[in-house]
Design a protein around this ligand. Structure first.
Ligand SMILES: Cc1cc2nc3c(=O)[nH]c(=O)nc-3n(C[C@H](O)[C@H](O)[C@H](O)COP(=O)(O)OP(=O)(O)OC[C@H]3O[C@@H](n4cnc5c(N)ncnc54)[C@H](O)[C@@H]3O)c2cc1C
Length: 409
């Protein structure tokens, strides 16, 4: 039997194992998936936990619920990838050989990369919401907080779900208004980007939302260190910003297994062909999701679109055919904007988010780059779609290739 190994059973790995279990000839191919954890977290739900909208149990399910029959599942950390030997080395040093490998090890936060971030105030006045633990601690803190300076800081790009920090700011505005203390909370959004978001049109519109919601914006701010004693962040060019609570989106990095195997760039992301999703270095390795170094967004929707391309190209590679499917960088993200409303953006490598209707031209029901209640329902529905369709690798009513239908240039 030939061996296909999937390393990582998060969003991307789980989609892939389900797609491939259906397609591959199981008399010819043995399929194995490896992950260190048994619990699957719905990471987009972490955004809602600090504001008491979701609890821990709302964002988790056992990973085993999503593995198809007949697939070997190994629960173990992976120590190393040895591409020259065509094998990976598990936590107990056992070797797992492969003919083809799919790397889907995701991205994680690395607060230790910023001086002082993980110091005495960490998880006392400095929090993250990119981990379940961070989100839960922030919820405990916010419940009793009486107001002051709330600073939301993106340390550096790229980060998972680049709109999540903005959503956090919008929800904080809503939450403290609901609690009747908005006038006591000064919300300050501090980003290394030149605007509120990465792409110019969306950046202008989202920046305007910050303005309307009385959220102060500082751009092109590159954090150098955190002064725990005086509760302030300090940039490389010595600009101080004081805080009572710092919500940090720390440096995002690929998993250490990529670094330990000397396969990644300086942030441990895997060099990947942006169109075919094949590793730049090894013909029998493909990469998907947050683990890649691609300029597309690191998002679950992106992993879903990539999965179709990767499946087609993997089958071609297995049959020694040229790789014809091309990933266009398609991303589709609902942005929760508070007070029961949301905004939708849809874009790819070449086309920035544009206004219009989605998915049906003129009809929607979702509106692009506009704040509507329907977009909020879309955001909240995404969790159901995630568990019931997306992870199972089932078809969704959105094509993997971005469409211009309904968009106004
Ligand atoms: C706060 C927040 C909000 C978000 N909001 C959205 C949103 O609204 N919409 C959206 O589309 N996306 C959103 N995302 C992003 C989305 O969750 C990720 O892009 C998606 O989960 C990426 O999937 P992945 O499979 O690449 O990585 P992951 O889902 O993180 O999976 C990686 C897996 O690899 C395993 N692994 C890693 N290293 C090893 C190792 N050495 N040994 C064994 N196992 C290993 C891990 O245990 C994990 O299970 C959000 C993320 C966050 C944090």
């Amino acid at each position: 039997m030939k061996k296909l190994v999937i390393l990582g059973a998060g969003t991307a790995g789980t989609i892939m194992v389900n797609k491939l279990a259906d397609i591959l000839d199981r008399n010819e191919w043995h399929l194995t998936i490896v992950d260190q954890h048994e619990t699957h977290y719905y990471q987009p739900g972490f955004l809602f936990i600090p504001f008491g909208i979701y609890r821990r149990n709302d964002v988790l399910k056992p990973k085993r619920d999503f593995f198809p029959a007949g697939v070997t599942v190994i629960t173990s950390p992976v120590n190393r990838i040895e591409p020259d030997q065509h094998r990976i080395i598990l936590g107990n040093n056992a070797a797992l050989p492969y003919d083809f490998l799919i790397i889907a090890t995701g991205a994680k936060i690395a607060p230790e990369q910023t001086e002082g971030l993980k110091d005495s105030l960490w998880q006392k006045n400095i929090f993250d919401f990119y981990t379940i633990d961070g989100a839960l601690r922030l919820w405990q803190y916010f419940k009793n907080w009486e107001g002051g300076k709330l600073v939301i800081n993106i340390t550096e790009m790229p980060i998972k779900c680049p709109v999540a920090p903005l959503e956090f700011a919008f929800l904080a505005d809503w939450y403290f208004t609901e609690r009747g203390i908005r006038d006591k909370v000064d919300i300050h959004f501090v980003t290394p980007l030149p605007g509120a978001f990465t792409k110019p049109k969306a950046s202008a519109i989202l920046g305007n939302f910050l303005n309307l919601k009385n959220i102060h914006l500082t751009t092109e701010y590159s954090i150098g260190r955190v002064d725990n004693e005086n509760k302030k962040i300090i940039s490389w060019d010595e600009q101080d910003i004081p805080f009572d609570v710092l919500v940090s989106v720390p440096t995002n990095m690929g998993d250490d297994v990529i670094g330990r195997s000397s396969l990644g760039d300086e942030l441990q992301f895997m060099p990947t062909n942006k169109y075919t999703l094949r590793s730049e270095q090894f013909e029998n390795i493909f990469v998907i999701g947050d683990a890649t170094n691609l300029p597309s967004s690191k998002a679950g929707s992106v992993a879903h679109f990539q999965a179709e391309i990767l499946t087609e190209n993997l089958l071609s590679a297995m049959e020694h055919r040229p790789l014809k499917a091309q990933f266009d960088g398609h991303a589709n993200c609902f942005i929760e904007s508070g007070f029961g409303k949301g905004i939708l953006i849809d874009f790819n490598y070449d086309t920035e988010p544009l206004p219009g209707k989605f998915p049906l031209p003129g009809v929607g029901p979702f509106s692009l780059l506009e704040e509507t209640k329907m977009n909020h329902y879309g955001k909240m529905m995404f969790r159901w779609m995630y568990w019931n369709f997306l992870l199972k690798g089932l078809e969704l009513p959105i094509e993997s290739e971005m469409s211009m239908a309904g968009k106004r240039g």
